[in-house]
Design a protein around this ligand. Structure first.
Ligand code: MN
Length: 195
C-alpha cells in the first residue's frame, strides 16, 4: 500500500499537511477521527493498516447507538503521520478547510472468519471488518460493512456491546479536539494569527 494517490492530489508545499511517513508509532495500531470543515463538514475515520491510514469520510460522524448506521465513503490512503495533523488547509488547496483531531487512540482487529482472526487488510478487501476502538470519545466494537464497491460506500456501525450507548451523542456533545481542546473556530483563528 502506498500514499501516491494522497501526494498526487495535493500540493504539500502549500497545504501544510504531512509529507508522510509509514513508520508506526507504537505496538498497537492507531486510529484517528478528524473533523474536517471542508466544502461540507464531515468526519474522516482512519485506521492504521500495513503502514498507511485506511480512510473513510463519514458525513454525519460516528454514532455510539448500534441502531444508527452511518454512511462512510472510502477515500485515499493517508500517511501515518497524518494522524497528528490539526490545522488549516488553505482555501484553493485540495480539502481546503479546518481539520480538528476529534478522537484518537489504538484499536484491535476482532474480525473472525471460520473461527480464526482475519487479517484486517484482507477483511477490508472482502468488505467486512470489525475493530475494537480504544479512544478518548469512542470505545468498543465498530463494524465496517461495504455496501457498494463501485461507489466505495460503506456503513460504520457501533456493535451492540458494553460500550454501546443510544443516549450518548459525542458528535454534538463533545465537539472539540482531543489533542488540544480547541474548537474548529479556535483552530482557524490560531492559524490566522500564525500560532
Ligand atoms: Mn476530509
Amino acid at each position: 500500500m502506498t500514499t501516491r494517490e494522497y501526494r498526487r492530489k495535493r500540493n504539500l508545499a502549500k497545504s501544510g499537511e504531512p509529507a508522510g511517513t509509514s513508520k508506526s508509532f507504537g505496538a498497537a495500531p492507531l486510529f484517528v477521527i478528524q473533523k474536517h470543515d471542508a466544502r461540507s463538514l464531515h468526519y474522516d475515520f482512519r485506521l492504521e493498516v500495513d503502514g498507511v491510514l485506511k480512510s473513510w469520510a463519514v458525513p454525519k460522524g460516528p454514532s455510539t447507538d448500534p441502531s444508527k448506521k452511518r454512511l462512510a465513503i472510502e477515500t485515499e490512503d493517508h500517511p501515518l503521520d497524518y494522524a497528528d495533523f490539526e490545522g488549516v488547509i488553505p482555501q484553493g488547496q485540495y480539502g481546503g478547510g479546518t481539520v480538528l483531531i476529534w478522537d484518537r487512540g489504538t484499536y484491535r482487529n476482532i474480525t473472525q472468519k471460520d473461527q480464526s482472526l482475519r487479517p484486517l487488510k484482507q477483511a477490508l478487501e472482502e468488505g467486512h471488518a470489525l475493530v475494537r476502538l480504544e479512544g478518548q470519545k469512542l470505545t468498543g466494537g465498530y463494524a465496517l460493512q461495504r455496501i457498494d464497491a463501485d461507489k466505495g460506500h460503506w456503513l460504520l456501525i457501533k456493535m451492540d456491546d458494553d460500550d454501546a450507548d443510544a443516549r450518548r451523542n459525542p458528535v454534538s456533545s463533545e465537539p472539540d479536539s482531543v489533542a488540544t481542546g480547541r474548537s474548529l473556530k479556535e483552530i482557524a483563528s490560531d492559524a490566522e494569527h500564525g500560532e
